[in-house]
Design a protein around this ligand. Structure first.
Ligand code: ATP
Ligand code: MG
Length: 190
């Protein structure tokens, strides 16, 4: 089983949006996927509760239980675990980072978000790991994303070659326990 941690100490960067959509994209590709929700606000778990489909499985957990929960997911046959984290818990973010094969940091192409990713990257460095920044909520037009990539390069981390666009469908799907239409969020474009 592979594990992806989605971390950002900035609230509203798109952690939960990325977690649930990646999980659905992985399920569509035939990977049994579990979302582990470490956020006490339980947004991903709430999304799971409001779904009519049973997959992906969503489990609410505390950081201290993460290893055990991942072990259970693995022994239950999961191919992939995706950990959604809270913005303000350093302990939970670190636990997720340490457990992960891949660490994704969603970041909006906006100055406050770009300034804030330094804090998240510090945590990744503390765990002696590497992370990839995923630009999220990129407007359909304009040079913001390209400017953001230049700024992110200054932190010495990788930037995912694909970007997630700013789409109302992402907002609606989170509310409705659905995923955005596949034309909006194709697994190949993430
Ligand atoms: N690509 C996008 N296009 C449009 N809206 C988006 C996009 N990504 C996220 N949003 C919206 O922005 C808000 C914050 O997103 P989300 O909850 O995924 O962020 P988060 O990092 O998990 O927040 P928190 O730090 O509070 O857990 C939500 O209303 C979500 O629907
Ligand atoms: Mg969230």
């Amino acid at each position: 089983m592979k594990t992806i941690a989605i971390v950002s100490r900035k609230g509203g960067a798109g952690k939960t949006t990325l977690a649930v959509h990646l999980a659905v994209a992985a399920e569509i590709k035939g990977k049994e996927t579990a979302i582990v929700d470490l956020d006490p606000q339980a947004s991903a778990a709430g999304w799971g509760d409001s779904r009519s489909q049973e997959t992906p499985a969503v489990v609410s957990a505390q950081a201290a239980r993460l290893a055990k929960v991942l072990e259970t997911a693995k022994s239950s046959g999961a191919d992939l675990a995706i950990i959604d984290t809270a913005p303000h818990s350093e302990t939970a973010a670190l636990a997720a980072i340490r457990a992960a094969d891949l660490i994704l940091i969603p970041c909006r192409p906006a100055i406050l978000d770009l300034r804030a990713i330094g804090d998240t990257i510090d945590l990744v460095n503390l765990a002696k790991k590497t992370a990839t920044v995923v630009l999220n909520a990129v407007p359909p037009r304009g040079a913001l994303a390209d400017e953001a990539i230049e700024a992110i390069k200054g932190y010495g981390v990788a930037v995912a070659p694909v970007r997630v666009g700013q789409r109302a469908a992402f907002v609606h799907s989170l509310t409705a326990g659905q995923e955005s239409d596949r034309r909006t969020f194709r697994p190949s474009s993430v």
